[in-house]
Design a protein around this ligand. Structure first.
Ligand SMILES: [Zn+2]
Length: 228
C-alpha cells in the first residue's frame, strides 16, 4: 500500500494541508469510475433493458450472437445515456485541467470540457469499425437497424469495450501515473485489472486521495483554484 494514501469521505476531511498539496500539483491525475457519474442520472448496471440487466448487455454475448437484437437494445441504452449531463465532479476535474483516466463509457468528462481524457473502456457515444478503424458517431445506430461502416461496410462495433476485450490506452495511462504528482481515485474501488495497478505506477511519495462517495460534493471543494 502506498504510504500517502488518504480516503476522503466528508468535507471536514479536507484539511488546509490537503488543499495546499492539491493546489500546487503540476500533473494531477484522476482515475474515475461509476461513482463519479452517479449524480448524473445514468442507468446502473443492475437496471433492466428489454428484460436483460445492463451488465449482461455489456458482456458481449448478445453482440456476438445476434447483432440485430444487440442494436435494438443498444438504442434504448444509448437514449438513456444521451440524457445524462455532467455533474459538479466532472466540471471540477475539467476546470482544474486534471488528466483523467476513466473507466466510464458515458463520455461525460469530455462533455464537461476535460481535454486530456483516456476512456479505457471506450465511449458509448461512438461506434467503431474493427475492420478499418473508422470511428463514427453512435447516431448512426439510431438511423440504421444494424449500423455498418460507411467505408468498408463491416458491421460496426459499439464504441465501448465489451467484456473480454482489451482495455485501451493502458500504456499511456501508466505513463501518466508515473508522471503524476497527485493522484485522485474517484468513484471506483479499482478492482479491475489493469487499472488496479495504476496507483503502484506512481513515484514514491505521490499523494493519493480516494473519494468513493459524494464526489460531486467533495471534488469542487478539493479542486477549487482559490482558497479564502
Ligand atoms: Zn470500416
Amino acid at each position: 500500500m502506498h504510504t500517502s494514501h488518504t480516503t476522503l469521505k466528508y468535507k471536514k476531511d479536507i484539511t488546509k494541508e490537503i488543499l495546499e498539496s492539491i493546489q500546487h500539483a503540476q500533473f494531477p491525475v484522476a482515475i474515475t469510475g461509476a461513482g463519479t457519474s452517479k449524480a448524473s442520472g445514468l442507468p446502473l448496471l443492475g437496471d433492466m433493458i428489454d428484460g436483460v440487466p445492463l451488465s449482461q448487455f455489456f458482456d458481449g454475448s448478445i453482440f456476438r450472437a445476434d447483432k440485430e437484437r444487440f442494436y435494438d437494445s443498444y438504442r434504448k441504452v444509448l437514449r438513456l445515456f444521451l440524457q445524462a449531463t455532467p455533474n459538479p465532479a466532472h466540471l471540477a476535474l475539467a476546470e482544474r485541467e486534471t488528466f483523467v483516466i476513466t473507466q466510464n463509457i458515458d463520455g461525460l468528462h469530455r462533455i464537461a470540457g476535460s481535454e486530456r481524457v483516456l476512456e479505457i473502456h471506450g465511449n458509448i457515444r461512438e461506434l467503431r469499425c474493427i475492420n478499418c478503424g473508422l470511428v463514427e458517431s453512435s447516431m448512426r445506430a439510431l438511423r440504421y437497424p444494424v449500423p455498418r461502416c460507411p467505408d468498408c461496410h463491416e458491421v460496426l462495433h459499439p464504441g465501448i469495450t465489451l467484456e473480454g476485450e482489451e482495455v485501451r490506452h493502458i500504456s499511456r495511462a501508466t505513463d501518466w501515473a508515473g508522471r503524476a504528482d497527485l493522484m485522485l481515485i474517484v468513484g471506483t474501488q479499482l478492482f479491475a485489472h489493469p487499472v488496479s495497478k495504476l496507483p503502484e505506477a506512481t513515484r514514491a511519495g505521490t499523494p493519493i486521495f480516494e473519494i468513493n462517495e459524494n464526489a460531486e460534493v467533495l471534488l469542487p471543494v478539493l479542486l477549487q483554484q482559490e482558497h479564502s
